[in-house]
Design a protein around this ligand. Structure first.
Ligand code: ADP
Length: 583
């Protein structure tokens, strides 16, 4: 599954909303730029007038001085106006972009976990980096420049028409080349740039996967096939780049020609019109200057059309993230108590392939349950359903009588938490890392939580204590310390029910003892559902639930199940070689 991409209508709607939100600031920018452009147009007009006056023999020293003064004033005025206009438009661009990025980050963090897992991180990562950068370019500089250059070009044409309408018509000769060339290009550029951006996402994904999975790739000797994958992603990336480059190499020469043609034709036809007395030398000079002045903005405009394509494509990808349907709709009902129950729950990752069948399961408050069973029997999947990470395909999981998918996430997470092997240390201080679970926690609370998991000692011994910066670039924590940190977060979060998915299996056995003691303290007084991989977890549990093929096949205490002599007894025997007496 890939993340959606907004369609044309979606992008236009978003653009309209942005414009209407900043209508006032936009008007100021446009008016300032228009005034600046008009001041800039005075130059050729004055020069034309001067040429005509001189050729009529009507120019004396005062007129020349006056015209020159006007010219200087116009240029100075243009400089001042442009300065303020630039400032206002950059400010507007930054404001719009900041808002856009905030909305986008909101959408990213609201993405259902299951969607992120399925879509892969490469796509999302390239949208949050590459695409956000492309949109930033467009919104900060592209849109303001397009508005300004478009307006300047229009006003220049109007000025030329005021000088000599007939001659001004010649300015239009470049238009067909520009319009046809640009339309040809834009029709092809959209899909080409989409392909280019997608190829980047794929490349980032494959490289990320290779780096993260390096030990596995080494262990399973997958380097060759991984290399093939990277080569294929690179080839696709290269071919996508070549494609867009090919399009540009046709389009750019066409626009250059479209810009030069009017200048040449104005001079040639100007001479003809002069001999017919339909134009004066001053008018030809003024319009030639206008034609040359026009080239700058039009070229910039056309160039931005190209880059806007990238921006619009990137924007569509960014907006697409917001289109992922929410996987839950929070209600206002409050759980009546702390009881978690799964009723007739079924689940399929792929339609038609059920991995859980009619699982009904209700731990008593404070009960310790161990779920055991062969690999692939659906234990982890059940854990994800119980914690409301994924909605069941059939049946329901309820907390205190309320469907977990109807509980707002902060409420649910504060009550039922999933603890897995992955313990991420975020870049920031230790205190920041802990406050992720409880933003309002005071330092004393943080110390208390660290004390519970036995981490206060080593945290205090760090040079900056709780303020020590950890994570990549900071102090590197050992896996055991990272896990203690995760456990301390749990203490702060203080959920009444915990689902442990192989929580300590990756831990160095020497560290495991201490960690298990820490874990025991964290578990105290809570309902615990442990997906068990260690024997004693099952033995010490109040109840053991045995799963096989996506069903609960046995349920009872360790002793009861051993007496039953069924699946659990067999598992126990194979785990323990049947040697250890049960107590
Ligand atoms: P256990 O935790 O008991 O090992 P799981 O819940 O991980 O079992 O898996 C149950 C079944 O669901 C297995 O057949 C597994 O292949 C399948 N499965 C697990 N995760 C996914 C997934 N993300 N997409 C498709 N199938 C999955």
């Amino acid at each position: 599954m890939t993340l959606p991409i907004a369609d044309g209508a979606g992008v236009r709607r978003a653009a309209r909303t942005l414009v209407s939100r900043h209508r006032g600031a936009l008007a100021v920018v446009l008016v300032l730029h228009a005034l600046g452009a008009v001041a800039g147009l005075a130059g050729p007009w004055i020069i034309g007038r001067l040429i005509d006056a001189i050729s009529r023999g009507a120019a004396d020293g005062t007129l020349v001085d006056l015209m020159f003064l006007l010219l200087v004033l116009a240029v100075a005025l243009q400089a001042v106006l442009t300065r303020f206009a630039q400032f206002a438009s950059l400010q507007l661009g930054e404001t719009v972009f900041a808002r856009l990025r905030e909305d986008f980050m909101g959408a990213v963090t609201a993405l259902p976990l299951s969607v992120v897992e399925q879509a892969g991180t490469g796509d999302l990562l390239s949208r949050t980096t590459n695409d956000v950068d492309a949109v930033a370019q467009t919104v900060r500089f592209g849109v303001p420049r397009v508005l300004v250059t478009g307006m300047t070009a229009l006003l220049t044409a109007v000025a030329a028409a005021l000088v000599n309408p007939l001659l001004a018509l010649v300015l239009l000769t470049g238009a067909p080349l520009l319009v046809i060339g640009t339309r040809w290009y834009i029709r092809r550029a959209g899909p080409a740039y989409r392909r280019q951006l997608a190829s980047y996402g794929r490349l980032v994904g494959v490289i990320g996967e290779t780096v993260e999975g390096a030990p596995t790739i080494d262990a399973l000797d997958l380097a060759q096939s991984q290399q093939v994958k990277i080569d294929r992603a690179l080839a696709e990336r290269r071919s996508a780049e070549w494609h867009t480059l090919g399009l540009r190499s046709i389009w750019y020469p066409l626009t250059t020609l479209g810009l030069l043609l009017p200048v040449i034709l104005v001079l040639l036809s100007g001479a003809a019109l002069m001999s017919l007395e339909l134009a004066t030398a001053g008018q030809v000079a003024a319009i030639t200057l206008y034609a040359m002045q026009l080239a700058g903005p039009v070229e910039e405009l056309v160039n931005w059309m190209d880059r806007l394509q990238v921006g619009v494509t990137a924007l569509a990808r960014i907006l697409g993230v917001g289109e992922v349907p929410a996987d839950r709709e929070s209600g206002t009902e409050e759980p009546a108590d702390d009881r978690l129950e799964a009723e007739q729950v079924g689940f399929a990752y792929r339609p038609g392939v059920d991995v859980l069948h009619d699982v009904t399961f209700a731990p008593a408050v404070g009960e310790r349950i161990a779920i055991v069973g062969p690999s692939g029997s659906g234990k982890s999947t059940l854990g994800r359903l119980l914690t409301g990470i994924t909605a069941p395909t059939r049946g329901s999981v309820r907390l205190g009588g309320v469907d977990v998918m109807r509980l707002p996430l902060p409420v649910l997470r504060g009550r039922v938490a999933l603890v897995t092997q992955e313990h991420h240390v975020f870049v920031g201080s230790l205190a920041d890392n802990l406050r992720l679970a409880a933003p309002a926690a005071r330092r004393a609370d943080l110390d208390a939580a660290l004390e519970v998991v036995g981490a206060l000692g080593w945290v205090r011994s760090l040079p900056d204590g709780l303020d020590t910066v950890v994570g990549s670039g900071g102090v590197v924590l050992t896996p055991a310390q990272a896990q203690q940190l995760a456990l301390a977060r749990l203490v702060l979060l203080d959920p009444h029910t915990l689902v442990l998915d192989e929580a300590t299996s990756l831990i160095d056995p020497r560290a495991a003892r201490g960690l298990e003691r820490a874990l025991d303290r964290v578990l105290e007084g809570r309902t615990v559902i442990a997906i068990a991989h260690r024997l004693h977890t099952a033995r010490d549990a109040d109840r053991v639930v045995v799963m096989s093929g996506g069903r609960v096949i046995e349920s009872g205490s360790h002793d009861e199940l051993l007496d039953l002599g069924g699946e659990y007894a067999a598992l126990w025997a194979s785990w323990h070689g049947g040697a250890e007496p049960h107590d």
